[in-house]
Design a binder for this molecule. Structure first.
Ligand SMILES: NC(=O)C1=CN([C@@H]2O[C@H](COP(=O)(O)OP(=O)(O)OC[C@H]3O[C@@H](n4cnc5c(N)ncnc54)[C@H](OP(=O)(O)O)[C@@H]3O)[C@@H](O)[C@H]2O)C=CC1
Ligand SMILES: O=C(O)C1=N[C@H](C(=O)O)C[C@H](O)C1
Length: 207
């Protein structure tokens, strides 16, 4: 079982190598071309590789992502006329825009409040992270703070949603569950060979 937390510039080539070697692999690395990664595995008719690819391995955060997607499917356009703004803060070495924010922005877009990915505000300067975002100094080397704001057209209604993570434990725990889930799918010879973390949650892995 391979676990990939590397770099946006490396992950697609890594996935191609794992798939060619028919490995089972879990990819947490964000900023790559996820559609291409999925296709690399799913379209390889002769391949026996199994993959789980997700922009967030934190199961409670994934549950929120799934809930937003379900809301969008059930109430499309419910926030039409609202303006969305998103700010995310991560450790200064993070190269790309938050993959989690991008996934949730896609759901907000289906809810009627679109936002271009390049309008997501990235905070990467430690002084701003402490001063503006309230990141504890001890978490500067590893944190993920996300704030989503929705404001109605006339400004009379405001929503604010935050998920703020210090450290990496929540991803490590989810990654272990993802590996177990994927190993079970492979052992069972499951016809589906590409998964995400929502699949892990649906399988009942919410501890
Ligand atoms: N899905 C999720 O839940 C999470 C996703 N992430 C994502 O994972 C990725 C990594 O994040 P993070 O751990 O903070 O990054 P780090 O820079 O701390 O670690 C990346 C590691 O990958 C290595 N690496 C870089 N390029 C390559 C390569 N081409 N081949 C093999 N190894 C390589 C680095 O080695 P060296 O130091 O020698 O360069 C380093 O050990 C990011 O995209 C991040 O957003 C992070 C946390 C959770
Ligand atoms: O780099 C990180 O730390 C994280 N990256 C993922 C992302 O881009 O969404 C998940 C989480 O935000 C932590």
């Amino acid at each position: 079982m391979v676990v990939d937390y590397t770099h946006p510039s490396a992950v697609n080539a890594n996935v191609a190598a794992y798939a060619a070697a028919n490995l089972s692999f879990v990819v947490g690395t964000t900023g790559g071309d996820e559609a291409a990664m999925r296709a690399t595995v799913a379209d390889g008719a002769a391949s026996t590789a199994y993959a789980l690819i997700a922009p967030n391995m934190g199961k409670q955060i994934v549950a929120l992502q799934a809930a937003l997607e379900a809301a969008a499917a059930t109430f499309p356009g419910a926030f039409a006329g609202y303006t969305l703004s998103v700010t995310e803060s991560h450790q200064s070495h993070k190269a790309d825009t938050s993959g989690t924010a991008k996934a949730n922005v896609a759901a907000f877009s289906a809810l009627g409040a679109p936002l271009p990915v390049d309008a997501i505000v990235k905070v990467r300067v430690p002084a701003d992270q402490v001063g503006e975002m309230g990141v504890p100094e001890a978490a500067l080397s590893g944190h993920a703070f996300h704030t989503y704001r929705l404001v109605s057209g006339d400004g009379s209604v405001r929503f604010e949603l935050q998920h703020n993570v210090c450290g990496r434990s929540v991803y490590a725990e989810g990654t272990v569950d993802a590996c177990v889930f994927l190993a079970q799918r492979r052992a069972g010879g499951d016809a589906v060979r590409v998964y995400n973390m929502i699949d892990v949650l649906r399988a009942g892995e919410m501890s």
